[in-house]
Design a protein around this ligand. Structure first.
Ligand SMILES: [Zn+2]
Length: 269
């Protein structure tokens, strides 16, 4: 009832209480007025009224999707809602650190081969454990965010991952593809536990074509891309995510056209 709440005391006997609320609460009340939320059981004490709001989410057929792009230094998610989630991670730092440790151990190998072998083994399992732990943390954060919003998850298939790791030494490539696959499978596993749908799309052209008009994108500085045809520009990871949403036929955040999407969460893995 507008900004008041009606409480039945006896049949056909009501009291009205004026509600005072801030901007944050207003968002829920507005959504409820539009029928997007339902209320749970209301609790009243001397100075507070607690109104829980419930949102019904259809997990099998979500309205909104979040596309997830995994790359060397961050994991980016863009949802059709629209939100942008960016998680900066230090997977690369872990590997470069252990790479130099390995190199100094190899120098030792000439004089003390047995000790060197033992150390190599020790550090490589430590490296793997650290990377694994970080992958767990990152995937947990992503699935938590996705669950909160009731999104379905879109990720690129393995073919695309292979296509995009085309840099550096063999060693780097192997480690990175190991991390990509691990992160993907952790996200997928945790999402399924929560009952969230996961789909894969073929990311062909995902980071080279304009998500708005389909034109070929040109480089516009470090990790930035711009479309010469329609003028749309964004960072490489966001472009990849938008293209995945488009390929899935998921609702497209049209906001992307007019204003840059703001980044929602930023955390160090
Ligand atoms: Zn364009």
């Amino acid at each position: 009832y507008g900004d008041r709440i009606r409480i039945s005391v006896k049949p056909r006997n009501f009291i009205f209480i004026d509600l005072k609320y801030g901007e944050y609460q207003k968002r829920f009340i507005d959504a409820w007025k539009e029928g997007k939320l339902k209320t749970g059981e209301i609790t009243i004490n001397e100075n507070k009224i607690i109104i829980p709001f419930k949102k019904e989410v259809n997990l099998q057929n979500p309205n909104d999707w979040i596309a997830i792009d995994i790359n060397e230094s961050n994991v980016t998610g863009v949802s059709s809602n629209p939100h942008v989630l960016k998680i900066e991670h230090e997977l690369r730092t872990i590997h470069t650190t252990y790479f130099s440790i390995r190199r100094s151990i190899q120098k030792l190998a000439k004089h003390k081969p047995k000790t060197a072998q033992r150390l190599l083994k020790k550090y490589s399992s430590r490296e793997k454990a650290k990377a694994k732990d970080l992958c767990h943390k990152i995937s947990r954060e992503i699935v938590e965010f996705t669950k909160q919003h009731g999104f379905g998850i879109l990720m690129e298939n393995l073919k695309g991952i292979r296509e995009r790791i085309n840099y550096g030494r063999k060693m780097n490539r192997r480690l990175h593809s190991w991390n990509f696959r691990r992160l993907q499978s952790y996200i997928e596993y945790k999402a399924k536990l929560e009952g969230l749908p996961v789909e894969h799309v073929d990311p062909k052209g995902a980071s080279s074509l304009c998500p708005i008009c389909g034109g070929r994108l040109a480089s516009n500085g470090h990790r930035l891309l711009k479309c010469p045809k329609c003028g749309y520009g964004s960072d490489r990871d966001i472009v990849a995510c938008l293209n995945m949403l488009r390929m899935r036929g998921a609702p497209f955040p049209l906001k992307a056209l007019n204003e840059p999407l703001t980044i929602e969460v930023k955390g160090k893995g």
